[in-house]
Design a binder for this molecule. Structure first.
Ligand code: URA
Length: 242
């Protein structure tokens, strides 16, 4: 190992081996570049994490398109685009309205208080993880959680392609807006909820929005009863349903 000259008050007083080995600047630079490249690669991989849902290029492209969407003013205030929660090949897809605060922060639908109510229902329905999916009409949080029909229309093509790629056997709409947008001929939600319908060839079950059951005591019993009917409907084979 090379020795280093020792100085005391500016005067040379001999030489000794350095306490720490000298670092070759070229090796230091190469290590720094290597560490930086690895960090960039880690970040790139995290950023390109597969979205929940089908592990297909078409689904990934659609999720990327939604993430970059600026078709309506809601993109300006969003934290995250709320795209999908659920399995890669769900047999039933729940369609909600629009993300709230918790969903905007997490990027996943129905993770706030209404989501807890929905999760309880999913537990009662005995739906295994992966056998259902959850989407919203609107992918970005509307200010003050007011439903924004123009945003729902702007998001419509993304929703249609989600349903096409997920290809569930059945749909469950949550609340008046989801039912009206998907099935404009349906009666008002209070009449329609709990009674199976068809959307073209696909069986559809309208439910009240879980937030209604949360905030309006008069809808609590109705929500529970309709979830019970939904459980029966899910037990029927698709060909046997309405
Ligand atoms: N309400 C909805 O309709 N969707 C959500 O994701 C959360 C609350």
């Amino acid at each position: 190992m090379a020795t280093e000259k020792l100085f005391l008050r500016g005067r040379s007083v001999g030489s000794a081996e350095p306490l720490l080995p000298r670092r070759d600047p070229k090796i230091v630079a190469a290590r720094t570049i290597g560490a930086t490249a690895r960090a960039i690669e880690r970040t790139r991989r995290r950023g390109a994490a597969e979205p929940e849902g089908p592990p297909t290029p078409a689904w990934r492209r659609l999720a990327e398109e939604a993430k970059a969407c600026r078709r309506c003013p809601l993109h300006m205030s969003r934290t995250h685009v709320v795209f999908y929660r659920g399995g890669p090949a769900p047999s039933v897809v729940f369609v909600g309205e629009a993300p709230g605060r918790e969903e905007d922060l997490s990027g996943r639908p129905f993770v706030g208080r209404a989501g807890k109510r929905l999760d309880e229902a999913l537990g009662r329905l005995g739906l295994a993880d992966g056998s259902y999916g959850i989407v919203n009409l609107v992918k970005c949080r509307p200010p003050e959680n007011r439903f924004d029909r123009a945003a729902a229309l702007a998001c419509r093509s993304i929703l249609d392609r989600q349903l096409e790629l997920l290809a569930p056997e059945r749909l469950v709409t949550l609340g008046a807006h989801a039912l009206r947008l998907l099935d404009p001929d349906a009666p008002p939600i209070v009449q329609a909820a709990g009674t199976p319908r068809r959307l073209g060839a696909r069986p559809l079950f309208p439910l009240l929005h879980p937030a209604a059951a949360l905030h309006a005591p008069r809808y609590r019993a109705r929500w529970e009863a309709d979830v019970g009917r939904l459980a029966e409907w899910l037990r029927e084979r698709p060909g046997e349903t309405l």
